[in-house]
Design a protein around this ligand. Structure first.
Ligand code: FES
Length: 141
């Protein structure tokens, strides 16, 4: 084996090494992040008796915030508390009887319908049930 062929092999090995060193971090950066959060099927929000007419409760629904509201008629409504405009967290305004997004003054009604402001779509509804223990259970609609 000549000295020239040894140097060529060494140069090829070094360029392969540097290619991996440069390309691997770029490849890792471009990969979609893994979603390690377990898929949520349902969440127990709390005792039904704690949620009085005209009040609300926020809860964690997987990685997203959730909003449970009992309207003045006593009906329970639950939504992902994520604005359909730019994904800010929305909040219940009991005195105004609506759901409000403070980011750009988006307003939703208590059924989750977009009323005014920039939100293009209603809130994502969740299914509400009360289990045999009197706990409110929220699940994907
Ligand atoms: S993010 Fe809610 S109105 Fe813009």
């Amino acid at each position: 084996m000549s000295r020239r062929s040894i140097l060529k092999a060494l140069a090829a090995l070094l360029s392969a090494f540097w290619t991996v060193i440069i390309v691997f971090p770029i490849f890792r950066y471009l990969q979609r992040p893994k979603d390690d959060a377990p898929q949520i099927s349902e969440v127990e929000v709390g005792p039904e008796s704690d949620i009085l007419p005209g009040s609300s409760k926020t809860f964690k629904y997987g990685k997203k915030p959730g909003l449970l509201i009992r309207d003045d008629k006593g009906e329970l409504h639950a939504f992902e508390a994520v604005c359909s405009h730019l994904a800010c967290t929305v909040q219940h305004r009991p005195k105004k009887g609506d759901i409000y997004c403070a980011c750009h003054s988006g307003v939703y009604d208590l059924a989750g319908g977009n009323v005014s402001g920039p939100p293009p779509k209603p809130l994502t509804p969740l299914k509400v049930a009360v289990n045999e223990n009197g706990l409110v259970v929220v699940s994907k609609a």
